[in-house]
Design a protein around this ligand. Structure first.
Ligand SMILES: Cc1ncc(COP(=O)(O)O)c(C=O)c1O
Length: 371
């Protein structure tokens, strides 16, 4: 009976394949967990203190739809300093995912096409399907670079949005300035909304460039989940042309209502915290993996975020990952979760140095142990 109650949109996508790896891993004792999509560091103590203070001060009511004023003011000042554009406005979302959902609801019609770069963050494809649109995936294998000719060729009269993510999940690739500028201009010239998911911006390990520098119509989504190790607090932010932001706020009003109140005060405090120690730690862990694996694995070009997307040295990615988990207790995610191809696997280095050392050891053995 329940089946007939499901909406058509419920049938258009499955739950994330990452869950399946977590379920398998839950049965293992002391696994080598390189599958985690969140920082391995705790949120800053001053942010926790700010949240506790907010709770004790009775800050439990709704906030304005756009967020608490001190947080908006700080975020807006940062955006003003970076873009110097009086029409670029910011508001607080329920995580970066909240911003993505509002953008899809506010700007994508059923039947529209949305350009994604394959491999992509898992949520993008499902989100596009959720609003009745068609994901158009641009294959970026084998080096995960952005080929502007392919982007231009993918644009049709139905193209409504391009979702761009640098530093990228799952590849760790950071787009070059030329690539970013090219995509920004293509979007502007074709009057397509460019959404730039900048959640890993602080973990760039090199120069970060936002397409909003070249295209003032770009909608930027960002958040505190990764930068400050607080994904469970659900605070993100969006900035873009005032008219687009107003429309997103209308949807926020009738969906999320506001980001969690105490969490917004924690996020405000986070803006004062220096995270360079964590950025450095990720860079060192990435280098450990490059040093420990690059003779046996093609690691792609991992520059930022805390991921790399190596090619499975034998078999399909699914076959390889199954053996990694069952024989070597090593949890990684098969690439077909993020891609139309089943060739690579996502390795997250948001893990302790000890776990990474064990992981290198296991992955070296696994590379030499084909089915
Ligand atoms: C590229 C990307 N965007 C957005 C998100 C969602 O972040 P949030 O926790 O802020 O919703 C993630 C989380 O893994 C991500 O990898």
């Amino acid at each position: 009976m329940y089946d007939k109650w499901l909406s058509d949109r419920s049938r258009k996508f499955d739950s994330s394949g990452i869950r399946k790896v977590f379920d398998l891993g839950a049965k293992l004792e002391n696994p080598i967990n390189l599958s985690i999509g969140q920082p391995d560091f705790d949120m800053p103590q001053p942010s926790k203190d700010a949240a506790i203070e907010a709770i004790n001060a009775g800050k439990s009511g709704y906030t304005p739809t756009q967020g608490v004023k001190p947080l908006i003011d700080r975020l807006q000042a940062n955006v003003d300093a970076e873009y110097n554009d009086p029409n670029r406005k910011v508001f607080v979302t329920s995580g970066t995912s909240g911003g993505l959902l509002l953008a899809a609801l506010a700007f994508v019609n059923p039947g529209d096409e949305v350009i994604l770069f394959d491999p992509y963050f898992v949520m993008y494809e499902s989100l596009v399907k959720m609003v009745g649109a068609t994901p158009v995936c641009i294959d970026t294998y084998p080096d995960f670079k952005y080929d502007l000719d392919k982007v231009a060729a993918a644009i049709t009269p139905k193209t409504k949005m391009i979702i761009f993510n640098s530093p990228a999940n799952p590849t760790g690739v950071v787009a070059t300035r030329e690539e970013v500028e090219g995509i920004a201009k293509l979007a502007a010239d074709n009057e397509i909304l460019l959404v730039s998911d900048e959640i890993y911006r602080c973990f760039s390990h090199g120069a970060f460039t936002s397409p909003a520098q070249f295209n003032p119509h770009t909608l930027v989504l960002d958040g505190f989940s990764k930068s400050h190790g607080m994904p469970g607090w659900r605070v993100g932010f969006a900035h873009g042309p005032a008219e687009l932001i107003q429309t997103m706020l209308k949807f926020q009003q009738y969906t999320f209502v506001c980001a969690p109140h105490a969490a917004q005060w924690a996020a405000l405090k986070s803006l004062d915290v220096d995270i360079s120690e964590h950025v450095e730690a990720f860079r060192r862990k990435r280098d450990m993996l490059i040093e420990g694996l690059s003779d046996l694995y093609d690691l792609g070009n991992p520059v930022g975020a805390f991921y790399m997307f190596p090619k499975a040295p034998w078999g399909t990615a699914s076959e390889f990952v199954e053996k990694a988990i069952t024989k070597y207790k090593t949890l990684v995610i098969p690439g077909n979760v993020f891609s139309r191809r089943d060739e690579c696997f996502r390795l997250s280095y948001a893990a302790s140095v000890e776990t990474i050392e064990r992981g290198i050891d296991a992955l070296r053995k696994l590379a030499k142990d084909p089915n």
